[in-house]
Design a protein around this ligand. Structure first.
Ligand code: F6R
Length: 245
């Protein structure tokens, strides 16, 4: 695992965007795994800036990690809406080549199987972008999540619902109780992983994930089993690491 330390959150997010752009330029048929959340907003801002300077998304196909369930695509609090607002509407990505789990699917299990099939049909994910939740989740894989899990319907932890309350007028009880998420196994299948964590609130869980036991109780600890994983941290998120490896 490569750990990159950045002096501040902006530098960390710009570094992540630069690595995504490198992957996009180098791959003949780039398949990007995308994430949502507050951390990623600065990553997408940097990518949009790079697009204005010539970076094209036209050859890209994208798959997002997760979506609330149930939620309508056009609900402004959905991850569909987030992706449109933060990235898709600003770049030359081809409509129809972006996909998120459908939070309005009448049969979620069927949707999850179709999602896995679509990733496979695209040739697998080349680079998967990840954040980390306060529960240690990647995607919405709350503890405990077996490292072999695939895309599925999950229950969200109360801590995650509290973490995500901002979009729901700060009423955590209004954050959906469930979500569709790629599994830890789905994520580990990506050829490269790129995690970004910033801010002091993430320091404890970053330490647990990177230096604690590799355990289904901390989904992000699974990253240490991946052969090509980079973690980009600002100094606050890295604040509790021993970094003595
Ligand atoms: C979002 C996702 C989550 C977030 C994580 C961090 O698609 O899968 O794992 O990456 O909850 O969220 P922020 O950046 O809001 O702290």
């Amino acid at each position: 695992m490569e750990i990159v330390l950045a002096p501040d959150a902006m530098t960390a997010c710009r570094e992540a965007a630069a690595r995504i752009a490198d992957y996009m330029r180098g791959a003949p048929d780039p398949v990007l795994g995308l994430a949502t959340g507050r951390t990623m907003e600065a990553v997408y801002r940097a990518l949009v800036g790079m697009h204005r300077d010539g970076l094209s998304f036209a050859r890209c196909r994208t798959f997002n990690l997760d979506e609330y369930y149930p939620i309508a695509r056009d609900d402004p609090r959905s991850y569909h809406a987030y992706m449109h607002e933060q990235l898709f509407r600003h770049v030359d990505i081809v409509p129809g080549r972006t996909r998120l789990p459908d939070g309005a699917a009448p049969e979620p299990e069927r949707e999850c199987r179709a999602y896995e099939d679509a990733i496979r049909a695209a040739g697998g994910i080349g680079l998967q972008l990840l954040g980390i939740g306060l529960t240690g989740h990647i995607g919405f894989n709350e503890p405990p999540s077996d490292f072999a899990t695939r895309t599925r319907l999950v229950e969200l932890d109360e801590e995650t619902r509290r973490q995500n309350a901002e979009m729901f007028d700060d009423r955590w009880q209004d954050v959906p109780r469930r979500a569709l998420t790629m599994g830890v196994g789905t994520i580990l299948d990506a050829r490269r992983l790129l995690m970004v964590a910033t801010g002091a609130a993430k320091a404890r869980i970053v330490r647990d994930a990177l230096e604690g036991p590799v355990t289904p109780m901390v989904s992000a600890s699974a990253l240490r089993q991946h052969p090509a994983c980079t973690v980009i941290l600002d100094s606050e998120a890295a604040g509790l690491l021993r970094l003595d490896r």
